[in-house]
Write a protein that binds this ligand. Structure first.
Ligand SMILES: Nc1ncnc2c1ncn2[C@@H]1O[C@H](COP(=O)(O)OP(=O)(O)OP(=O)(O)O)[C@@H](O)[C@H]1O
Length: 774
């Protein structure tokens, strides 16, 4: 932590570092978590005053105390540690997602953030007002434009900060009270001058004045008619505590100038704009008329047909706000019973009137806008479809705001490069606030957080988001805006005439040469833009239609939300990585040593790579060898099976041959016996055995026929086939060449001989059957 603080101290930091989120390794070096690769703390600096004179965005942090309910629940709050008035340390609680990620080495478990000023849980409303809003009120009365917006997770104390609760008035009623206190005796009595459009003033005719009067009266009456609780008992008495009364007079106001105060109040709900001061009695809450955005001749955005009410005291102004609150969209979410589901924007316009002068030019207009943003909340936490849709829209517009601020910051930090398009048109919120980021005035951001451990992950995201909102210097973005709105020539005219619509402080920031450099850079950027625009659709002049925007479904919004969160995360990580890289560079002689070590390491790595390649090759060879071996083994098995089958077949063949030979012998024996019988009984010839061809008695052809039958019963082709397969087998011929004596001693011949006494057998079908089977 000490090292991190050292890094943050202005004396040790480069300009670039100031703009970037940085990391510092601390506890890891002392063996804290034992993860050497990731530093334990991420240090994120959202809005330090690098150049106090040019800083335009102040980022305040307010930590609210635990509510009674949260205390009863035993909520831990040790995860939020205020180190000093500008530094905050977040320590991930055990059960948080962040801690789980840290344990996996994906992120850090501790994050350090810096702010313009941190307000702890004990800060009173009065103290908060003194350090944030008080100067803004003064500036606005001097003719400046100021914006303050609150950002944070739902239930983090945004509405409490802006409006207050009970006797604890927030910055808005305090600002109103302070303003009217300062303007005592300096209010313009008439109602004939009214603010319109972006920042114009209209001279009303008597009829229009009457319309304005009746509108105002009916609105103020509503508080009594509907018995609306004003929430704050008596604005004047509550807000103006003794210390704020000191130096509250309007001594610094210009002589002879009178002031006419007008207020407006509207909300952006689900990307629709609603006038919260529309007092039409027939108006049903569900059938509210949506307001549209328009551009004036200079291209400045404004809310069309917005109700502006002239107020003559802080109390009147507060009543107007009370009526507006009645119309605002609230709902019960799982985190807040009375959660604002819309961004509410309360504007106070001050007309600086010279009663002596009849010319409008002599008049000036300034504005204080306080925007209570809806709370960011994870969509997946919402169980109700309507709440889910709201959360999507809230997150989308908040992230567009973040993208705009990031783009503005990028353009400021990279002036030599072509500027990024600032996506003001991507949401209603950024569109209506655009002026404050582009030259109309300055803005401040209040980040509200709830210290409960159970909401740690959301709080961390909100703080990371706020880290993008750093300094936005007006002049550069104003040049850009004029380029986009009026074109190059007019912008140059503005510059050359020295007629920037900026205040004294800002015009003193840049020298003529710096201005020239900017013009050159911008000219180059414009040229590039022109060439691009010839091939691409014009994204600047085409305003997306509302109907088109409405078609974006909630799933898409959710995805965009996730994506933008990832972008924020990526941005932070990239910056952290850059910082780490610079930290890893070793200076001097130690650097030479490390370089040598690095070279050796590289060499070792090369060798290792080579070894790995070799190993890989060997592995491949081994695999193919194994495959070949498998093939060989299979073939061997097959060969063995074939050999066995061959042997079996050979045995069968032998048996068959033996049987055939025996059969032939039997036949020959039979024939001999038949001949003997014929010789012994010449007058009574025996009939030939059945199955033989018709015997021709006494014919010698019968013997020849027997030889033919012998030949016929032999299967030479089959024997040839087996011979080719098993060349070592004994040729059958050997059996055929046996002598009659040899054959006569075979078992068959013995059987046949023993049968000589029995009736002649009928063996003829047997060889046929064997032959057929064979
Ligand atoms: N500084 C504080 N001191 C005491 N109580 C506070 C403080 N800040 C907030 N609270 C209390 O915390 C609760 C939530 O605050 P609040 O309604 O202002 O939150 P929120 O951020 O506006 O929520 P949402 O975005 O949902 O509207 C309220 O009960 C409020 O009174």
């Amino acid at each position: 932590v000490k090292m991190a603080l050292t890094l943050l101290s202005p004396g040790f930091r480069s300009d670039e570092e100031d703009e970037m989120a940085v990391f510092e390794s601390t506890a890891a070096e002392h063996g804290g978590l034992g993860r050497p690769r990731l530093p334990e703390i991420s240090v994120i600096s959202p809005g330090l005053d690098r150049h106090p004179s040019t800083t335009k965005v102040k980022v305040y942090l307010r930590i609210r105390p635990l509510t009674e309910v949260e205390k009863d629940r035993g909520e831990e709050q040790g995860c939020v540690l205020v180190q000093d008035e500008k530094s905050l340390l977040l320590k991930a609680p055990k059960e948080s997602q962040n801690m789980r990620n840290a344990e996996r080495g994906i992120t850090q478990s501790m994050h350090k953030f810096s702010f313009s000023k941190i307000f702890g849980p004990d800060t009173t409303q009065q103290q908060f007002y003194e350090h944030t809003m008080k100067t803004m009120v003064k500036d606005v009365l001097q003719g400046e434009n100021r914006l303050l917006y609150t950002y944070g997770v739902t239930n983090s104390g945004k509405t409490y900060t802006v409006q207050g609760s009970g006797r604890e008035a927030g910055i808005l009623p305090r600002a109103l009270a302070s303003m009217f206190m300062k303007l005592k005796g300096r209010l313009y009595g008439g109602m004939d001058l009214k603010p319109i459009m972006y920042q114009d003033i209209k001279q009303l005719d008597p009829t229009e004045v009457k319309v304005e009067e009746s509108r105002r009266n009916s609105l103020l009456k509503e508080v009594y008619q509907h018995n609306l609780a004003t929430q704050l008992e008596d604005v004047d008495s509550v807000c103006l505590e003794p210390d704020s009364l000191s130096n509250s007079g309007g001594d610094d106001l210009k002589d002879g100038v009178q002031f006419s105060i007008w207020v407006s109040y509207y909300e952006i709900y689900n990307e629709f704009l609603y006038d919260l001061l529309d007092a039409s009695p027939s108006m049903q809450p569900r059938k509210r008329v949506t307001l549209r955005l328009g551009d004036d001749k200079q291209g400045n955005p404004y809310v069309k047909d917005l109700t502006w009410i002239q107020v003559c005291s802080a109390e009147e102004a507060w009543r107007v706000l009370t009526v507006g609150r009645r119309n605002q969209s609230f709902a019960c979410t799982h985190l807040n019973q009375n959660s604002s589901r819309s961004h509410s924007i309360f504007s106070i316009r001050i007309l600086h009137v010279h009663p002596e002068s009849v010319s409008d030019q002599a008049m000036r207009i300034s504005e204080l806008t306080i925007c209570d943003l809806a709370g960011s909340e994870r969509c997946k936490e919402q169980r109700n479809g309507e709440r889910m849709k709201e959360a999507n829209n809230i997150n989308t517009s908040l992230l567009t705001l973040g993208r705009c601020i990031a783009a503005l910051r990028h353009n400021q930090n990279n002036r030599s490069r072509p500027p990024q398009v600032v996506p003001f048109r991507d949401s209603k919120l950024t569109r209506v606030l655009q002026g404050f980021f582009c030259g109309k005035g300055t803005s401040s951001m209040v980040v509200n957080i709830n210290p409960c451990a159970s909401i740690y992950d959301e709080t961390l995201q909100a703080l990371k988001f706020s880290a993008i909102a750093t300094q936005v210097i007006l002049i550069f973005t104003l040049v850009l805006m004029i380029f986009f709105c009026f074109g190059m020539s007019k912008a140059l005219l503005y510059i050359l005439a020295g007629a920037w619509p900026i205040n004294q402080d800002q015009s003193g920031l840049y020298s003529v040469s710096e201005r020239d450099q900017e013009i050159e850079a911008l000219s180059a950027a414009l040229e590039k833009q022109k060439t691009q625009s010839s091939t691409m659709p014009d994204t600047f002049s085409e305003v997306p239609r509302r109907s088109q925007r409405l078609t974006v479904n909630s799933q898409l919004s959710s995805l965009r939300y996730e994506l933008d969160q990832c972008r924020v995360e990526l941005l932070t990580k990239t910056e952290e990585l850059a910082k780490l890289k610079t930290q890893l560079e070793v200076p001097g002689s130690a650097g030479a040593l490390t370089n040598a070590a690095d070279r050796k390491l590289e060499e070792g790595q090369r060798n290792l790579r080579q070894l790995r390649q070799d190993l890989h090759r060997l592995g491949m060879d081994l695999q193919s060898g194994e495959r070949a071996c498998c093939r060989n083994t299979g073939g061997e098995r097959l060969r063995q099976a074939l050999t066995t089958a061959d042997e079996t077949l050979a045995k069968q063949d032998q048996i068959l041959v033996e049987l055939q030979n025996n059969l032939l012998l039997v036949k020959a024996d039979l024939r001999r016996k038949a001949e003997t019988l014929v010789q012994t009984q010449p007058t009574r010839p025996l009939p030939p055995p059945s199955g033989y061809p018709s015997a021709m008695p006494g014919s010698c052809m019968k013997r020849g026929c027997a030889a033919a039958v012998d030949n016929e019963n032999r299967p030479p082709e089959k024997r040839q086939f087996f011979h080719s397969l098993f060349p070592t087998r004994t040729p059958n011929r050997k059996y055929n060449t046996r002598t009659a004596e040899e054959a006569s001693v075979t078992p068959y011949s013995r059987i046949l001989r023993s049968r000589q006494q029995s009736p002649p057998p009928s063996p003829v079908p047997t060889p046929r059957r064997i032959r057929g089977k064979y």
